[in-house]
Structures are given as structure tokens and as C-alpha cells.
Design a protein around this ligand. Structure first.
Ligand SMILES: [Zn+2]
Length: 357
């Protein structure tokens, strides 16, 4: 996997669930769930452009206020996605404060809320600071195949699951991207620089080997420029499939949920999945509409995930974290190491992931 983002669980596994996806070479991030966010530095939270809320139990939604507090007065915007009822719940949160002084704020912080329904409808509204966060309805749109966001750099898909209430699980997909070997470019006497970005775009667009490429650079040693053919640069170019990340939490174990999770997470490079209870407490887990670690591991295996990361441990297992991880790892069938990392790998050194130049 050579992702162009860094993955970070917001809290340790006994804390509130949440995942920050920080893009490595852009000042932007995605956030999955809005529980207690205070463990994240404000500078990271202020990069968040999209928020994906699984559901609005308090441990997944109380951080909304903190994110709002940090963002207020800034000229930024956030898109927020959630299950049915999220629009009314965001509106209710916003109407819980007094906004008599915000209409003249320099920055018009805006939240666009998108509510996914089982029939694929995305109901939408905007809440803007200078409008005192009153709801401004937007036309609803179709969201076929659960595709919530499709940008050149990433896509996010959702599926609706059952936690007695509707819950969204999400998959983040990165498009194919072009890696470049810095060392091989150096052998050709070519420093890295801004010229690599159009090269990458040309490669992804299927440009042929006789396509001219203009290399230009400014280094401490001076500036330079050369025109080459794309074919000359092939030894330094590798096109790799994008990575896929899935985030699944707060779901009861039954056939339809399992089917939908597997469909969403199939082949994921990393599957973040709740492992709330030990399997010895499976009946209790079912009553609480949560997964056990064994169930989570077997779903991850059925989805052929390459790596699985457990989170959202019940406080009743304080001091027994290793048992939860071991149960998940055994059921997943991978090594305990592969199943336990809270901080999955970044790009390999020597290659330049998409977006560095
Ligand atoms: Zn819940």
C-alpha cells in the first residue's frame, strides 16, 4: 500500500471512536465520527474538510461542538455526512447557542449537512455563520451506490447498517496513482520539482511514450530545464492502485449487516472495525447491538481485508486489551501484529506518493 494519507485513531481503543485521515501533502483531512476530539491538536482538526458521522450516539457526536468552537470565525467550510435524522440533530445543536454577534464575523464558517436515506436520497442543507446558522435547504440529490464524495483525490462510499438505529459505515478509496523513484530520477540528472505533477497527470491519462515532457527545476545548485520523452522516464515511474480504507462501528451481528460490511470492505488495505466485547459476552453484545472481537475478525477475514485494526473496546475489559486483540487476530487469521497496529504504515521511502510536488 502506498497511500497519500496518514491514518490515526482519534483516541486509544477504550476512548470514543473516531478516525482522522490526514492527507500527507495537502492541508486537508477527513474525520470519521465526532466523539471526544480533544486528543487531536486544533491544527489537525482545522484541516478537516469532510466529516462522516456513523450515528449520533453521544460518543460519536459530542465533538461536533468542539469542532464548531474551533472553526467559528474562520473562512472555512465543512461538509458533514450522516444517517437519517442528522439534519435535524445538527440544527438542534446549532440552535442551542445564541448567535446575535456572528453576522459580522470576518470568516463565514459554513457547514453543509448531507443526510443519507435508505432509498439513496441525500437530503441537504447549509448552515452559515453569518446567517446565524439558520437552516438553508438545498435541493436533495441522488446518491447511487452510496457514493457520498467523488473528488479527483479520493472517494467515500457509505452503506447503511443496523445498530437498532441506522448507522453508516464508510469506505475511503484512493484513485490509482503514480509513484516516482527519486533515486532513478537523480541518476538521470533530474531533481524532483513541480514538473512532476503534470507528468503524473499525463501518465494517468494514458499518454504515450513519445509524449514530450518538460522538466524544470530550481535548486541551490541553480536552475535547469530539459525536454524529454515520457518513454525515457518510464524506469522511474510506477502506477499503483489506490488504497482502500473501511471504517465500521456500532453494528449488531446479523446476516444482512455482515453481508453489507463485507461488500463495503472487500479487499480493503485497512479495515477499522469495532471490537467492543469478548466473544464470551456475545449475548450481551447482541443485546447492545455491538460486535465481539471474534465476529469482527471473521468479518475482516471474509472481506479479505489486508489488515484489520480494532477499536471501541468496552470499558468492562479495562486491563484486558490484549485478550480483545488476540481474539480478533485469531479470528482474522493474520498475525497479531498485522491486526493490532493503530497506526498503519505510510508510504515506502524512495518513492514519492501522489501529491508531493
Ligand atoms: Zn452507538
Amino acid at each position: 500500500m502506498r497511500p497519500s494519507f496518514h491514518l490515526q485513531l482519534v483516541n486509544p481503543p477504550f476512548g470514543d471512536p473516531g478516525l482522522l485521515v490526514d492527507f500527507l501533502f495537502e492541508k486537508r483531512a477527513l474525520l470519521f465520527d465526532l466523539g471526544d476530539l480533544r486528543a487531536l491538536p486544533p491544527r489537525k482538526l482545522l484541516r478537516v474538510s469532510h466529516v462522516f458521522v456513523s450515528h449520533t450516539h453521544m460518543d460519536h457526536f459530542m465533538g461536533f461542538d468542539w469542532l464548531l468552537r474551533l472553526s467559528l470565525g474562520r473562512p472555512s467550510a465543512i461538509e458533514l455526512f450522516g444517517p437519517p435524522s442528522i439534519l435535524a440533530q445538527v440544527e438542534a445543536k446549532l440552535s442551542g447557542y445564541t448567535w446575535n454577534l456572528v453576522q459580522n464575523y470576518a470568516g463565514n464558517f459554513t457547514i453543509q449537512v448531507n443526510e443519507l436515506h435508505p432509498d439513496g436520497r441525500l437530503e441537504r442543507a447549509r448552515f452559515a455563520c453569518r446567517e446565524r446558522f439558520r437552516r438553508q435547504p438545498l435541493p436533495s440529490v441522488r446518491c447511487d451506490d452510496g457514493l457520498l464524495v467523488a473528488e479527483p483525490g479520493f472517494r467515500v462510499r457509505a452503506t447503511l447498517l443496523d445498530h437498532e438505529v441506522p448507522v453508516l459505515a464508510f469506505a475511503l478509496e484512493e484513485p490509482r496513482h503514480v509513484n516516482l523513484w527519486k533515486s532513478r530520477l537523480a541518476e538521470m540528472g533530474l531533481p524532483v520539482g513541480r514538473w512532476l505533477q503534470p507528468l503524473k497527470q499525463a501518465v494517468l491519462a494514458g499518454a504515450t511514450d513519445d509524449t514530450p515532457v518538460r522538466a524544470f527545476w530550481k535548486t541551490k545548485g541553480g536552475s535547469g530545464e530539459r525536454t524529454l520523452l515520457l518513454g525515457d522516464l518510464r524506469p522511474a515511474i510506477r502506477v499503483v492502485p489506490g488504497s482502500r480504507i473501511a471504517y465500521v462501528t456500532d453494528v449488531v451481528h446479523h446476516a444482512e449487516n455482515v453481508r453489507r460490511i463485507i461488500e463495503l470492505a472487500r479487499g480493503a488495505d485497512v479495515l477499522f472495525i469495532e471490537s467492543v466485547f469478548l466473544d464470551e459476552d456475545a449475548e450481551h453484545a447482541a443485546r447492545k447491538f455491538h460486535l465481539t472481537a471474534r465476529q469482527a475478525g471473521s468479518i475482516a477475514r471474509a472481506a479479505a481485508a489486508r489488515q484489520v485494526v480494532a477499536f471501541h473496546f468496552s470499558p468492562r475489559y479495562s486491563g484486558r486489551e490484549a485478550e480483545l486483540r488476540q481474539e480478533l487476530a485469531q479470528s482474522f487469521g493474520g498475525s497479531a501484529d498485522a491486526a493490532s497496529g493503530a497506526d498503519p504504515p505510510l508510504q515506502a521511502s524512495g518513492e514519492i506518493p501522489m501529491g508531493i510536488v
